[in-house]
Design a protein around this ligand. Structure first.
Ligand code: CA
Length: 228
């Protein structure tokens, strides 16, 4: 049975959605504010989250960012009709889909089925240890990297380099530091080793998936910038 977390402050809507989802065989938990919603989403494993954007205590967008930073769970955003900016920023921040309010329950159910089905095909990221930045998930326990659910095969050094960059998200890492952390040998005299591995990572991740993950900081080194 799929478990769905409904984060919605309007009690009537939350109750209506709960009834319909329960009727469809889903197990439902409700949260009435952003803070509680984010907390529940992070401390428990849900199969899907329905997230209203206009919430007390913590905005839906902030909930989205916090959850997405740590979890790969499908998130469907509920937005007011015509709030185009909300949709765009929601999808940018990692929402899987959105439904505009007021919505027909059949549409919502169809979106939920679609998101769950889409997600089944993904390799589950272990919530305890996986690092996730902009769709790129790295699981150090399984030594596994996936981009939007698709596995990327890396050499050991490429993996270690990506791991070092993702662990230090938003921190500019010098080539020396990266060599120490990722390559495990004295860096002296091999000044382009990091560059070579970064180039391979870019071919396998940035170019292959059309994203821009690793940023060059001229004269210093590299950084992976996340949403923080
Ligand atoms: Ca609301």
């Amino acid at each position: 049975m799929s478990r769905i977390l409904v984060i919605e402050d309007e009690a009537k809507i939350a109750r209506f959605v709960e009834l319909e989802l329960t009727h469809e065989g889903y197990e439902v938990e409700k949260a009435y504010d952003g803070r509680t919603g984010a907390q529940r989403a992070l401390e428990d494993d849900f199969d899907l989250i329905l997230l209203d954007l206009m919430l007390p205590q913590l905005s839906g967008m902030e909930v989205l960012r916090r959850v997405r930073r740590q979890k790969d769970v499908p998130i469907i955003v509920l937005t007011a009709r015509d709030a185009v900016m909300d949709k765009v920023s929601g999808l940018d921040a990692g929402a899987d889909d959105y439904v505009t309010k007021p919505f027909a329950i059949e549409e919502l159910l169809a979106r939920i089925r679609l998101a769950l089905k889409h997600h089944e095909g993904r390799v589950p990221a272990s919530a305890s240890s996986a690092l996730v930045v902009r769709g790129v998930s790295l699981d150090p326990d399984r030594r596994q990297v996936t981009v939007n659910g698709e596995e990327v095969i890396l050499t050991q050094r490429e993996f270690e380099l990506l791991y070092a960059l993702m662990q230090n998200e938003n921190i500019v890492m010098s080539r020396d530091r990266l060599a120490q952390l990722a390559l495990g040998y004295d860096y002296a005299g091999t000044s382009n080793a990091v560059d070579v591995h970064v180039r391979h990572l870019r071919e396998k991740i940035d170019n292959h998936f059309g994203i821009s993950l690793i940023t060059t900081v001229r004269g210093v080194g590299y950084v992976i910038r996340g949403s923080r």
